[in-house]
Design a protein. Structure first.
Length: 246
């Protein structure tokens, strides 16, 4: 399905050489193994003028993946790439590629990069031992980012219709052919009762977001550090317990 949505366009990897080149190459290779059309400057993406090649890469991208680090957000070239992509309406699926700032604080995008990625749930690739899970999460977010919002709402609204009205005034030719979906939220108590452990809970459908409502344990509780989601599963680890909304 992602290949169909991409069409002749590609997934562009936008990164800073000094801070995340190795991770970008790893993800590029993973995307290519999935037969997805990915673009990376060091993988034959530059032809002739560097600036023209980068502009063409953005213009032909369906999705751009910024590898967020301090060096990325301070790079003039990287800033130009993500801003041009935003101006063109290219879908942005951010990756967190730095765990701590130079001052030892948890890294969060700031400045113009922070504005452009505000409200977007990034994929945290700072823990190499979770690479496979995070790659799966990245693929899901790439897929979701390319869906037409109007079609999504149409599907959701169809799912909300009651069974006794499903054959009423709607013109069947105007309805989306896919199975209607129902988007709903639920509150769950999740617990991992041992330090260094991880507890997963499988749900009926894909999880779009998770937020902490009430913490009932002492350890710090941070998204993608001590709790998170992937596909249709939610997880907590390191003796974290609490009530979450998904």
């Amino acid at each position: 399905e992602i290949k169909e949505q991409l069409g002749s366009n590609h997934i562009m990897l936008s990164y800073n050489w000094s801070s995340s080149k190795n991770l970008a190459e790893q993800i590029y290779d993973s995307l290519k193994k999935l037969n997805l059309n990915a673009w990376m400057d060091t993988a034959g993406g530059i032809h002739g003028s560097v600036s023209e090649s980068m502009a063409n890469a953005v213009e032909n991208a369906a999705v751009i993946i910024p590898f967020m680090t301090e060096q990325y957000q301070n790079s003039k070239t990287c800033s130009q790439e993500i801003e041009y992509a935003n101006d063109l309406g290219v879908s942005i699926v951010p990756i967190r590629a730095q765990e701590k700032t130079s001052q030892g604080e948890p890294y969060k995008a700031r400045g113009r990069l922070g504005i452009l990625t505000a409200g977007k749930i990034y994929v945290d690739f700072t823990k190499s031992n979770y690479y496979v899970k995070k790659l799966e999460e990245l693929i899901i977010k790439i897929d979701a980012s390319m869906m037409d919002p109007e079609i999504i709402m149409k599907i959701v609204n169809q799912g909300k219709k009651k069974e006794d009205t499903k054959n009423e005034a709607d013109n069947p030719a105007d309805l989306d052919k896919r199975i209607p979906i129902m988007v709903r939220t639920m509150d769950l108590y999740l617990a991992c009762n041992r330090q260094g452990g991880c507890t997963e809970t499988e749900l009926d459908g894909p999880v779009l977001s998770i937020s902490l409502l009430k913490k009932t344990s002492e350890p710090p509780c941070e998204l993608d550090e001590s709790y998170g989601f992937i596909g249709n599963r939610v997880w907590v680890k390191n003796d974290v317990r609490g009530v979450f909304r998904v």
